[in-house]
Design a protein around this ligand. Structure first.
Ligand code: SDX
Length: 428
């Protein structure tokens, strides 16, 4: 069914085509607008602008729907594994057992990082934020694998880079934690699966074996699945933008890591725990902090609340909130911060300011409570988000390349000074 939009401008009527998506989303296609009308559109922050068409993830912010390649997030979180979801996102289909085993073993075989890269950790300052380390290390991978610079054309080279990224991000992350606590690094073990291997590299010590707890493994699998993709969010759009210049995949992913670090994006999960600890330290006066979050003159925001797209519950937050109770109970962890988070949510969701602006807990509001219960420090929370989001970033980059999308280059409306002549400094 074709549909058009009419634009009346300076007394002239223009017909613009309307693109309709699988889930009946409608978009006015303005690719010829400037040629037709001499006008561009202006939408700071792209709140109403679609940058692309995509077959990877569908989310409906009004009804709280999230699906990866059509599969509801609730089913994947309950029944799938992180590597199976990574395959689904990157290659478009749930793998057969043989395909998954092959994908998993290829990733296992690339978990080591070049011994020369180990030296980088000696140079980083002790308190270096692990997101800064991760961005530097992932970008440096392109210097150790120069053949990756040609990945845009050769599918096999793309796959090799995908295996290397999926495998090495865990090692890079775990080693940044070991660096931060002054413990010796732990090498990957091929006999362990993806999540077990990460946990072992994080927590095993030369003095004692790390006992892998299936409850912890399952909790991490679920968290990584829930973070795996989220259509055109800030970091995924950054990966697509950088990749559109034909920069290699390692560099495009490193750019995504840096975009995710921001406290308004993936950095929020660390901010949430710091906010809750601050409220707890301040005597737990929730109403005081909710009022501060509402006060336009106060820079304080309720971290982990609100979302550009979800104007209803973030389905991931609902799943994580439930998982919090299960995991903490099974681990025998009693964390007052969880009770504080629930109380804060209750107060906020009854407050007109939050109701009117449709501000609900997002994926970052509860995730840190589980990471904390597992023993992951808050500086590593956004690193965990990056590990989870990697397959989504790869899928978005791959789709942009496959669709032969043009280099991203938005327009602007200039509001600076009109033409003027240069004056010598003596005359200024
Ligand atoms: C992620 O895009 C994605 O999909 C991201 C993500 C993913 O999976 O990739 O889901 C992951 O980034 C989740 C969001 C994590 N960030 C936070 O939790 C930080 C706190 N949240 C906010 O900063 C904010 O809600 C954003 C950044 C998430 C969304 O900002 P928008 O869409 O630009 O909305 P806005 O800032 O224009 O807010 C609209 C109104 C404003 O009030 P008014 O000017 O209309 O009076 O709501 C207010 C805002 O002041 N508001 C908040 C608030 N969030 C929005 N007020 C208090 N506390 C908040 N958290």
């Amino acid at each position: 069914m074709s549909k058009t939009a009419q634009l009346i401008l300076d007394g002239k009527t223009y017909e613009l085509p309307v693109t309709i998506g699988t889930e009946d989303e409608h978009a006015i296609d303005i690719r010829n607008l400037r040629d037709l009308t001499g006008h561009i559109t202006l939408d700071v922050g792209y709140k109403n602008t679609g940058a692309t068409t995509s077959a990877i993830t569908f989310l409906d912010g009004e009804t709280g729907i999230l699906r990866y390649r059509g599969y509801p997030i609730e089913q994947l979180a309950e029944k799938s594994s992180f590597l199976e979801v990574a395959h689904l996102l990157i290659y478009g289909e749930l793998p057969t057992k043989a395909t998954l085993d092959d994908f998993s073993s290829k990733i296992t075989r690339h978990t080591l990082i070049h011994e020369d890269m180990k030296q980088f950790y000696m140079a980083f300052p002790r308190k270096a934020h692990p997101m800064g380390i991760m961005a530097a290390m992932i970008s440096s991978l392109s210097t150790f694998y120069p053949e990756s610079l040609e990945t845009n054309r050769d599918p096999e080279a793309v796959n090799l880079t995908i295996y290397r990224l999926m495998a090495k991000i865990s090692t890079i992350a775990a080693w940044s934690y070991k660096k931060s606590v002054g413990h010796p690094i732990v090498y990957p073990l091929n006999k362990l699966n993806y999540v077990e291997n990460f946990l072992n590299m994080m927590f095993a010590m030369p003095t004692e074996e790390y006992k892998i707890d299936p409850v912890v493994v399952q909790a991490l699998e679920t968290l990584l699945i829930l973070h795996a993709d989220h259509e055109q969010n800030c970091s995924a759009s950054t990966v697509r933008m950088v990749g559109s210049s034909q920069a290699n995949l390692f560099s495009s992913i490193a750019a995504g890591v840096i975009a995710l670090w921001g406290p308004l994006h993936g950095g929020a999960n660390q901010e949430v725990i710091e906010m809750l600890e601050m409220i707890q330290k301040d005597g737990g006066n929730i109403q005081k902090w909710v009022d501060k979050a509402k006060d336009k003159n106060d820079p304080f925001r309720l971290m982990g609340f609100g979302h550009r797209v979800y104007k209803n519950f973030d389905p991931r937050a609902r799943i994580i909130k439930k998982a919090c109770d299960d995991v903490l109970l099974k681990l025998g962890v009693n964390d007052e911060i969880l009770d504080l988070a629930k109380a804060l949510e209750e107060v906020a969701l009854k407050d007109e300011y939050f109701i009117e602006r449709k501000l609900y807990p997002n994926v970052d509001f509860y995730s840190g409570i589980i990471y904390k219960a597992i023993g992951i420090p808050k500086e590593m929370f956004t690193v965990m988000f990056a590990i989870g989001r990697l397959p989504g970033w790869i899928a978005q980059w791959k789709e942009m390349i496959a669709n032969k999308e043009p280099i991203g280059r938005p327009r602007q409306i200039y509001t600076g000074p009109g033409e003027r002549n240069y004056s010598n400094i003596a005359n200024r």
